[in-house]
Ligand binder design. Structure first.
Ligand code: ATP
Ligand code: MG
Length: 258
């Protein structure tokens, strides 16, 4: 891993009126590192992910991103055009509900190809070849390239959403409960796929999940949130095998009973 953080997050808070979304969150994320954010419903995971990915403006705090040109940029003070460019190229965002991250009424091939066009690829043959290659990588038959995602199963849609996000070789991918709506056997295959791709591509990722097994499988490091704050963070194996906070101990022991 490189010595320079990709993302520097300091004291990020987000309030919805008087309600706390998240508060005083600080961490650094390095290239190639996978960070899991866990915690019960309402603990602030999605709020934090939305702030980090510039979908929401934090109430206070600073988020700096290491651009490809080697400079750090403060995301809060980045222009709209630069922000949109980052979202389409350097970053991926995998939504819990694939319909939120796909265009349901254009073909699977176009869903993948669209991202390539956004980064300037104009050669139809190349775009179609890359789309077809990515469908194969996410285990969608190449004969489905002209089908619309609404004709796909939930698991296929999620794999298509992943292909659409990874085709531009992003450096950082945000995922909000990527296996949330899927049944257990489909979840396991998808997790294997995500793990392989993240590893092969050297991606950095921030994965929100309430499932500690997902955190164990995918992440190097994890943060545990409660009432909007990070109450414990560290290497995933350390946090899960030797949790220090009583709340984390409770979370860990409650999955052991399942
Ligand atoms: N748009 C909003 N307006 C007002 N309050 C909000 C809004 N979005 C989230 N909140 C509040 O912020 C807190 C954190 O919510 P958030 O959605 O980040 O939790 P979460 O950890 O993602 O939960 P879940 O696991 O259920 O998705 C909650 O108290 C929630 O009610
Ligand atoms: Mg959420």
């Amino acid at each position: 891993m490189s010595a320079v953080p990709l993302l520097k997050v300091r004291d990020v808070s987000k309030f919805y009126g008087s309600r706390i979304g998240c508060r005083n969150v600080s961490f650094e994320l390095y290239p190639g590192e996978v960070l899991a954010v866990v915690g019960e419903s309402g603990s602030g995971k999605t709020t934090l992910l939305s702030c980090l990915s510039t979908r929401l403006m934090p109430s206070s705090g600073m988020i700096e991103y290491h651009m490809r040109d080697g400079q750090y940029r403060d995301l809060a003070h980045m222009g709209e055009a630069a922000r949109r460019f980052l979202m389409r190229t350097d970053w991926g965002f995998v939504h819990q509900n694939p319909a939120d991250g796909l265009r349901m009424t254009v073909s699977a091939g176009a869903n993948v190809g669209e991202r390539l066009m956004a980064v300037g690829d104009r050669h139809y043959g190349n775009i179609r070849a890359s789309a077809s290659d990515w469908l194969r990588r996410v285990e969608i038959g190449e004969d489905r390239i002209d089908d619309q995602p609404r004709a796909f199963s939930g698991g296929m849609r999620q794999r298509l959403q992943i292909a659409r996000n990874l085709v531009t070789s992003p450096r950082l991918v945000f995922m909000d409960e990527p296996t949330g709506g899927l049944d257990v056997s489909v979840q396991a295959r998808l997790l294997d796929l995500v793990r392989g791709l993240v590893h092969d591509l050297g991606l950095a990722a921030i994965i929100v999940t309430h499932d500690l097994a997902v955190a164990r499988l995918l992440s190097h490091r994890m943060m545990v949130m409660k009432d909007g704050a990070v109450i414990e963070q560290g290497l995933t194996d350390r946090v899960l095998d030797d949790p220090r906070e009583p709340y984390t101990q409770l979370l860990v022991s409650s999955i052991l009973q399942v």
